[in-house]
Design a protein around this ligand. Sequence first.
Ligand code: GLY
Ligand code: MN
Ligand code: MN
Length: 428
Amino acid sequence: MIKESEYKKRRDALTKKLSNNSLTVVFSAENKTRSNDTNYPYRQNSNFYYLTGFKEDNSALVIAKSKKETKTILFVQHKDEVYELWNGKRLGKLEARKRFLVDAVIVSKDFKKSIKKLCKEKKYLYYDFQQKIPKAKKLLIDNFKTHRDISPLIGEMRLVKSKSEISLIKKAIEITKIAHHEAMAFDKRNKNEYELLASIEHNFKKHGAYSDAYTSIVACGDSANTLHYISNDKPLVNGELILIDAGCEYEYYASDITRTIPVNTKFSEPQRELYNMILDTQLKIINMIKPGVFRSDLQKEAEILLTKGMIRLGILKGKYKKLIKKQEHKKYYPHGIGHWMGLDVHDEAPYLDANKKEIALKKGMVLTIEPGIYISKDDKNVLKKFRGIGIRIEDDILVTKTSYNNLSGGIAKTVKEIETRSQHKKMA
Ligand code: GLY
Ligand code: MN
Ligand code: MN
């Protein structure tokens, strides 16, 4: 758990970055309609959560900063018996005052009235340009001539994880590990992708993760060549591989893991060849990680290794430098080597600094490393034995003082480890 004092420390650190004579407003997420009058499960806005740890909707954090003083105010929903009967308890103003280390707590229905006073003599308004601003609050924006985006300032802070954040990420990965190991052991005969997905989601919830961190991908055979395959509705076919990109969210922190495993417990020879080439690349790239290294260095090296590997396997023909120059490798490896991970699976944290220079890796950052190769079943340019195979291997890496810690390194990954776990429990 993250202590109230840590949230306060974050708000104080953010306040230091703000101009004097400014008003900052960070809103909670809005409820999203699923269909007619039903909603999706509510998920708090990550920036608001990062600064408050508060999970209720219709809330806002306001920081009013002038030269002489700063006031931090949390707007929360009022207690309402009827609303709470239908939708669950609200914390309310009195309890919020006890819990949050802010200067004042005000009920959200008084937002407009209060904000009018707070606006006085303030020149700048900071808010998240990307966030959908609740209609009633749009007025606020019109009061200011100078608008500034708050999100890059919070993003810089989110880039480096605290000890408590790292322990929540570790917990998310621990649960995801159980789910992936169970998926390997799952008896896949005459089953569908969504039945395997159900096992994964069951394990997330069983072990304390209420939600996934993103829509899982369970893609058998050629489906793995659709990068954002989320329909997960096809049969598991004997002899094919299944790409499983699934990670739970634990107390708002993500994990993001991909394993590619055989349906029938054994990799075929071409599957194994391609798999080992990608695994070898992944291990080499992970080994490069340490403070001072750039993500673009990892990207470049991954492209070189994968291109050389594809030449060796006969998937590409020619010299690797020329192939890369002509971007030929992108046909089979079209995505990035990894991304920041934290409160969001693709964490909303910058890759470039204020001078547009790339940010180097630093202790406490968490990123994924996820090389993959995708060969369509219809690609006549590639040896038949490789067609219809899509493989990605993804781990979550913490940058340490001198090197790295592969937080998901305990999840079976070599062909042997996966095959051992894939011996179906209920084999006839
Ligand atoms: N699961 C999303 C990603 O790997 O980036
Ligand atoms: Mn990822
Ligand atoms: Mn992923």
